[in-house]
Ligand binder design. Sequence first.
Ligand SMILES: NC(=O)c1ccc[n+]([C@@H]2O[C@H](COP(=O)([O-])OP(=O)(O)OC[C@H]3O[C@@H](n4cnc5c(N)ncnc54)[C@H](OP(=O)(O)O)[C@@H]3O)[C@@H](O)[C@H]2O)c1
Length: 184
Amino acid sequence: MPVGRPAYLKQQVELSLRELRTERIDLMQLHRIDPDVPLADQIGALAELKAEGKLRHIGLSEVSVEQLKEAQSITGIASVQNLYNLVTRQSQDVLDYATAQGIAFIPWFPIAMGKLAEPGSPVAGLAAELGATPAQVALAWLLHISPVVLPIPGTTSLEHLAENLQAAKLSLTDDDVARLNALV
Ligand SMILES: NC(=O)c1ccc[n+]([C@@H]2O[C@H](COP(=O)([O-])OP(=O)(O)OC[C@H]3O[C@@H](n4cnc5c(N)ncnc54)[C@H](OP(=O)(O)O)[C@@H]3O)[C@@H](O)[C@H]2O)c1
């Protein structure tokens, strides 16, 4: 259960400052909005910490456009982290709004492609045509669709890390993007 009581949020930031041995955290994202606490109180607590110089930027995670707008009416919002990838695009409206507002959009599960990445799938087919891997195609597509998208793929493998970094160099044509857009 998310806990968004202002005193708790402030305590967590103080603990993070101590653990990170820093005087200011560059980006603090409210991981989930607590439905039992007014959003204004949760964002207000972070805005106070920002005014005190303890936070540089404030972000949100798993929010709707309406929640994002409400938060923006209280303080500047630098980033949004919602679930989004080639096959899960329920947050398309949030991405579109973030793009229009110049808010960084961090898609979580950026390469979680499920069956679409299996051999013989459309993603695997396009990847083979491009001399790339399905993970690289998924990341290149994310980087292509909006300048505010910042994918942070998770990996425990150095091989995958190198592969994922190369995705930034993979250019997709309009036709490639149209094919990927049409997958869902
Ligand atoms: N805000 C939120 O609610 C929220 C929720 C979940 C995650 N996140 C954040 O989102 C980011 C990504 O999340 P995530 O790591 O769970 O999802 P992800 O990046 O979509 O997927 C990671 C999985 O993909 C595999 N993988 C990575 N590179 C690969 C490659 N080139 N080829 C094949 N498989 C590959 C990894 O296995 P290997 O280890 O074997 O490479 C791992 O199992 C993280 O920064 C995480 O903290 C945020």
